[in-house]
Design a protein. Structure first.
Length: 258
C-alpha cells in the first residue's frame, strides 16, 4: 500500500533522512523504533506531505505522492496524528473532532454520518462531547486526537508516539484503540519510544538510526533480534521506555490474518 524508496528529506536544505526504504502492506501495523533524532517523526512528516523529499520516491497504491500538498495526501486517505498535543483545550471535545472534518465541511450529511461513526467507534467522543478538551486525561485526549483524524475515514493512519506521557491506563486504552483500528481494516504506521508496547502491538517492525533504516522484519523478529533486544530489554538503555506493557485483552502479538 505504502512504499518509500531511497527517500532523502530534511529541513532547510539539510538532510535528516538519508535514503529510507520502507513498506507497509494493507491492514498491517508497522512500528518504527529508534533513538531520539533518528528521523522517525521526519519519515511520518514526509509521508503526510509536511516536508517534501529531495530524492527518492513515496508511493501510495503505486501512485507517487512525495512532495504533494498535505491536503491532497489527506484526501487520498492518509491521516497523521502528530507527536505534540494538538487539541484546542478551550474547545469542546466534539468541536475538536469536527475540525478533523474540515475537508468535508461542505457536505453536511457526510459530516454528520462521520461524526456518528466516530462517536460509535470512540465512546469518549460521545460521552464527553461538550467537555472542554483541556479537562480530559492524557489518555482521553489521545483518543480524541485519533478520533479527530477518523473524521476523514483514513485508510492509512500515521501515529507519532501515541504512548507519550500516558499512565498505564492511558497506555492500555490507546493500545486497544490501535488494535481496533487495525481490525476494522485501517493500516497503521506508528512511531514509538515505548518499544515493548509498539512492537507488542505491531505486525511489523522497523528500526531507524541516523536517518536510515537499520532493520526491518516481522515485529516478532525485530523484538527477538539479539542486538535490538539488548538495546531495549537490557537495563540502562537510552532509547527505551521502562514502562511495562499494558494489560490487554486478546492476543496483540499475533498479526491479523489478512
Ligand atoms: N522542524 C525542524 N527543523 C529543523 N530540524 C529538525 C526539525 N525537526 C526535526 N529536526 C531535526 O531532524 C532530526 C530528526 O528529527 P526527528 O524529529 O525526525 O527524530 P525522531 O526520531 O522523531 O526523534 P524523537 O525520538 O526525539 O522524536 C533531528 O536532528 C532534529 O533536530
Ligand atoms: Mg519524533
Amino acid at each position: 500500500m505504502l512504499q518509500l524508496k531511497a527517500v532523502v528529506a530534511g529541513y532547510g536544505g539539510g538532510s535528516v533522512l538519508r535514503g529510507v526504504d520502507l513498506e507497509c502492506a494493507e491492514r498491517t501495523i508497522t512500528c518504527v523504533v529508534g533513538p531520539n533524532g533518528a528521523g522517525k517523526s521526519t519519515v511520518l512528516r514526509a509521508i503526510s506531505g509536511l516536508i517534501a523529499p529531495t530524492e527518492g520516491e513515496i508511493r501510495l497504491d503505486g501512485e507517487p505522492i512525495g512532495g504533494r500538498a498535505p491536503a491532497e495526501i489527506l484526501r487520498r486517505g492518509v491521516a497523521q496524528v502528530p507527536q505534540s498535543h494538538a487539541l484546542f483545550p478551550a474547545m469542546s471535545v466534539q468541536e475538536n473532532v469536527l475540525m478533523g472534518g474540515y475537508l468535508i465541511r461542505k457536505d453536511r450529511k457526510l459530516l454528520r454520518e462521520r461524526l456518528d461513526q466516530v462517536r460509535e467507534r470512540m465512546p469518549v467522543v460521545a460521552q464527553r462531547a461538550r467537555e472542554h478538551a483541556g479537562n480530559l486525561s492524557g489518555g482521553q485526549r489521545r483518543m480524541v486526537e485519533i478520533a479527530r483524524c477518523l473524521m476523514l475515514d483514513p485508510r492509512l493512519i500515521l501515529l507519532d508516539e501515541p504512548s507519550l506521557g500516558l499512565d498505564p491506563r492511558g497506555l492500555a486504552g490507546v493500545a486497544e484503540v490501535i488494535q481496533r483500528l487495525s481490525q476494522a481494516g485501517t493500516t497503521v504506521l506508528l512511531v514509538e519510544q515505548n518499544v515493548r508496547l509498539g512492537l507488542g502491538l505491531a505486525t511489523h517492525g522497523v528500526v531507524m538510526e541516523g536517518g536510515r533504516v537499520r532493520l526491518t522484519g516481522t515485529a516478532a523478529a525485530v523484538r527477538d533480534n539479539p542486538e535490538i533486544a539488548s538495546l531495549y530489554l537490557g537495563g540502562g538503555t537510552r532509547w527505551t521506555s521502562e514502562s511495562p506493557p499494558p494489560s490487554r485483552t486478546g492476543d496483540p502479538g499475533s498479526p491479523p490474518t489478512a
